[in-house]
Design a protein around this ligand. Structure first.
Ligand SMILES: [Zn+2]
Length: 263
């Protein structure tokens, strides 16, 4: 069977083991069912996720002009502290920004390669943690808008990491941490404006990825330089496909590429 579609981050479903789905246009591929199977993935062309033209992808699945124009690529996406919809101030499209920013947001601690702080919309829990390859995570603050989450993250990252080491995450070179202790320890650094939203009583969420074999030296597949790759899938973690020969492919970082997959 040959499937063709534009890459978007895989959809996930949490359970005893996380299920991964790749949207290939008319079909959805359940990646769990491809475990221990050989398949070929090939680059076909680009398709910007906003204008749908065959233009080179710049960032986040968008061509360069869309990245600088579309409302869903504003600076406040990557830097939530820049959010201004709560002040009625427009960045690119105030109606869109109000809809996304003025809803409950979570500041969390997640452990993928180390403990890190992050921000997500409440409805994206636990999707966001799965996408980062975190094997454990905990909510620490639930605020009514993105701005408050952003300033909390900025304050906390003085005291805890805000990045994941993807190689360590993929090698599963991780330690279990007591995130309840981390949360209690970090409480003192939460800004006064957000302190009333601190979550006192909750437990860690543990996540179980479908990986049969972790790579020791993961090497990243670049489908532009190597337009066709064939391998046996041995796992999926975060948004990475992991192959038997230690090749890894970050689906999210390749959004906007049209690929064909031959199973
Ligand atoms: Zn575009």
């Amino acid at each position: 069977m040959i499937y063709q579609g534009v890459l978007k981050k895989m959809m996930t479903e949490n359970g005893d083991t996380i299920q991964y789905y790749l949207d290939m246009g008319v079909d959805f591929l359940n990646m769990n069912q491809l475990l221990n199977k050989e398949f070929t993935i090939s680059f076909v062309k680009y398709e910007c996720l906003n204008c749908h033209l065959d233009k080179q992808i710049y960032r986040q699945g968008f061509c360069k002009s869309c990245f600088y124009e579309t409302p869903n690529a504003g600076d406040w996406i990557m830097r939530p502290e820049l959010s201004k919809a709560h002040l009625d101030i427009e960045d690119r499209d105030l109606a869109y920004e109000k809809q996304v920013q003025l809803q409950p947001h979570i500041v969390y601690l997640a452990n993928s390669s180390n403990v890190k702080v992050g921000v997500t919309r409440k409805q994206q829990v636990p999707t966001r943690w799965i996408d980062q390859g975190a094997h454990e995570a905990i909510e620490i603050v639930e605020v009514p808008n993105r701005y408050l989450a952003g300033i909390t993250e900025v304050a906390l990252k003085e005291h805890v990491a805000d990045k994941t080491n993807w190689r360590k995450m993929l090698k599963n070179d991780v330690e279990d941490e007591n995130l309840v202790e981390w949360r209690d320890k970090l409480k003192q650094y939460i800004p006064a404006e957000a302190l009333e939203y601190y979550i006192e009583n909750n437990a860690e969420t543990n996540l179980n990825f479908p990986v049969a074999k972790y790579p020791e030296k993961p090497k990243s597949l670049n489908l532009i330089k190597t337009p066709t790759y064939q391998g046996k899938l041995v796992g999926v973690k975060g948004q990475y496909l992991i192959f038997d020969d230690e090749t890894v492919f970050n689906v999210r970082a390749n959004e906007g590429l049209v690929v064909s997959i031959e199973v």
